[in-house]
Design a protein around this ligand. Structure first.
Ligand code: GLN
Length: 495
C-alpha cells in the first residue's frame, strides 16, 4: 500500500487494531489529501480539523489500552474517519442541507445512523456537499458549491450525495454516509465509480435526517466496495424508538468472506430499463455485468415491471408534495436564517425568499399545488394509487426472481451546466432509480465498467424489502472476480 488514504474501511479498521498506524496518522493523511485536492473537487462543506484530530487522539488512547487487554472487545471501527452528507445531524457541527436557510444551523442532537457509527468508534471527518435539501441529481443545486467529478473535473459527480461519492472516489475519506429519496446514493455512486446502498424504507432510522420526502427518504452509505458498505449498513440498521417507521426486524449478519456463492440465484432483467435513449456505453457495461453474474452461476431471466414509466411523474408529485409540507418549518422562527421585518407575514416571505434556492422554490410550488383543495385527488391521490401499482410490480417480480439487475441511470456523468436550465432533463436522470424508492425496496449500485470517455458506469441491484444482504452477496461475488471498483482516476494517482 502506497498510502494510508488508499486503504478501504475494513483495511483501515484492521490496521488500527493491529497497531500498524494510529488514528491520528490516518486522519491526518485524509485531512492532508483534502487540503491538497478539495479546493478543486469541492466535496466538503464543513471541516473541523481540530475537533476531528481530538477524536482521533481519543481513539488512539482506547486502541492502545484495548490492545493490551482484549482487542476483539474494541468497537469495530475504532479510529476510522468517515464523511457525512450534510443532511444528517451531528451534534455541535453545522448542518446546512446545502441551503442558505440553514447556513448557521448547529443541531443540538445527532442522527441515529451517525450515532450508531460513533458508538462503533468512527471519527467524523466533515460534512459533504449536497443539492439543497437533497433535491437534485448533480450537486449543482447546492447553495454553496458544485462538486466536481474526480474522473473529469468538467463533469458533475451526480447527486444529491455527490460530495460523499466524489470524496470516497478521490480517497479523501474511506467511506461516507448519504441519503436516497429518489436515487441520491445510487446515481452519484454510479457516476463516480463507488459502491452505494439505498436501504429498505424503514431499515435505517431517519431520526436526525433533514426531511425531504418522508415516505421516500432513506439513509445509506457509500464506500470503496460492497464489503465496506455492508459493514456500515449492518451497524446503522435496525429499529429505533425515535423513528416510528423503522421496523423491528433482525438485521442479518452480512459477513462477506470472499467465498460468496451466487449459483442458482435468479437475476431478473427488466425490459423496461433498457429503453431508447439509454447511452450505448451504459447498456454495454451493464449487459457485460449481467453476463458476469451468469458466469458466476446465476440464472438470468427477462422480466417486466410494466408500471416503470409512471415512476417519474408519480415521484415528481409525491416528493414535492411531501417536501412542501416538510419545508414549512423553515419560517425564520425556530431555525436558521431570519430576515427581520416588523410584519410577521412579511418576515416569513422575506426569510423564505432569501433562504431557498430556485429548485427548492419550484418543488414547494409544485407540491403545494398538488396538495391544494380541488387538485389533491387529481394529483396527489392519483399518484398514490399508481405508486401502489409500482409497488405491486416489484412484489410480483420477486415471486419469480431473487434480485433485479438494471442500469442506475441512462447516462454517465454529464457536463456541469448541461441540465442547469432544464429541470425536466435533470429529472429524467432519475428514471431508473425512482421506482425503488416508491416501492420501498433496497438498491445497491456498484461500478461495472467505463464508457468511451473513461467515465464509470454502474449497475443497480434491487432486492425485496429487507433483502440487502442478498445484494451485498452478489456484489461481493462480482468484486472478487473483477476490479472495476479498484480503478481510481488517473488525476488522483499522483496525489
Ligand atoms: N434527483 C431526485 C430529486 O431531485 C432524487 C434526489 C434524492 O434522492 N434525494 O428529487
Amino acid at each position: 500500500m502506497s498510502s494510508l488514504t488508499d486503504l478501504t474501511l475494513c483495511q483501515a479498521a484492521a490496521g488500527l487494531r493491529a497497531g500498524d498506524f494510529s488514528s491520528r496518522e490516518l486522519t491526518e493523511a485524509c485531512l492532508a489529501r483534502i487540503e491538497t485536492l478539495d479546493g478543486e473537487l469541492k466535496t466538503f462543506l464543513t471541516l473541523v480539523p481540530e475537533a476531528t484530530l481530538a477524536q482521533a487522539d481519543a481513539a488512539d488512547k482506547d486502541l492502545i489500552a484495548g490492545r493490551k487487554q482484549d482487542v476483539e472487545a474494541l468497537p469495530p471501527l475504532l479510529g476510522v474517519p468517515i464523511a457525512v452528507k450534510d443532511v444528517l445531524a451531528v451534534a455541535g457541527m453545522r448542518a446546512t442541507a446545502g441551503s442558505k436557510v440553514l447556513e448557521n444551523f448547529v443541531p443540538p442532537y445527532t442522527a441515529t445512523a451517525v450515532q450508531r457509527l460513533l458508538d462503533a468508534g468512527v471519527i467524523i471527518l466533515g460534512k459533504t456537499n449536497t443539492d439543497e435539501f437533497a433535491m437534485g441529481s448533480s450537486t449543482e443545486n447546492s447553495a454553496y458549491e458544485t462538486t466536481h467529478n474526480p474522473w473529469n473535473l468538467a463533469r458533475v459527480p451526480g447527486g444529491s450525495s455527490g460530495g460523499s461519492a466524489a470524496a470516497v472516489k478521490a480517497r479523501l475519506a474511506p467511506a461516507a454516509l448519504g441519503s436516497d429519496t429518489g436515487g441520491s446514493i445510487r446515481q452519484p455512486a454510479s457516476y463516480c465509480g463507488v459502491t452505494g446502498i439505498k436501504t429498505t424504507y424503514g431499515r435505517v432510522s431517519r431520526y436526525g435526517l433533514i426531511a425531504y420526502g418522508s415516505s421516500l427518504d432513506t439513509v445509506g452509505a457509500l464506500g470503496r466496495d460492497a464489503q465496506d458498505v455492508s459493514v456500515l449498513f449492518k451497524l446503522m440498521a435496525g429499529h429505533d424508538p425515535k423513528d416510528a417507521t423503522t421496523l423491528d426486524v433482525p438485521v442479518p449478519e452480512v459477513a462477506l468472506n470472499g467465498s460468496e456463492k451466487i449459483g442458482g440465484l435468479r437475476v431478473g432483467v427488466p425490459k423496461e430499463y433498457f429503453i431508447e435513449g439509454i447511452q450505448p456505453g451504459v447498456e454495454t457495461a451493464v449487459r457485460a455485468a449481467i453476463a458476469q453474474f451468469e458466469a458466476l452461476g446465476a440464472e438470468i431471466r427477462e422480466i417486466s415491471l410494466p408500471y416503470t414509466a409512471y415512476a417519474l411523474p408519480v415521484y415528481y408529485i409525491i416528493a414535492p408534495a411531501e417536501a412542501s409540507a416538510n419545508l414549512a418549518r423553515f419560517d425564520g422562527v425556530r431555525y436558521g436564517l431570519r430576515v427581520p421585518d416588523e410584519d410577521m407575514i412579511q418576515m416569513y416571505k422575506e426569510t423564505r425568499g432569501a433562504g431557498f434556492g430556485p429548485e427548492v422554490k419550484r418543488r414547494i410550488m409544485l407540491g403545494t399545488y398538488a396538495l391544494s383543495a380541488g387538485y389533491y385527488d387529481a394529483y396527489y391521490g392519483q399518484a398514490q394509487k399508481v405508486r401502489t401499482l409500482i409497488k405491486q410490480d416489484f412484489t410480483k417480480a420477486f415471486e419469480e426472481v431473487d434480485v433485479i439487475a438494471a442500469p442506475v441511470a441512462p447516462t454517465t456523468a454529464f457536463p456541469i451546466g448541461e441540465h442547469s436550465d432544464d429541470p425536466l432533463a435533470m429529472y429524467l436522470e432519475d428514471v431508473f432509480t425512482l421506482p425503488a424508492n416508491l416501492a420501498g425496496v433496497p438498491g445497491l449500485a456498484f461500478p461495472v465498467g467505463f464508457d468511451g470517455e473513461n467515465l464509470p458506469v454502474g449497475v443497480q441491484l434491487m432486492g425485496p424489502i429487507f433483502g440487502e444482504e442478498r445484494l451485498f452477496r452478489v456484489a461481493h461475488a462480482y468484486q472478487q472476480v473483477t476490479d472495476w471498483h479498484r480503478q481510481y482516476p488517473p488525476l488522483m494517482v499522483a496525489g
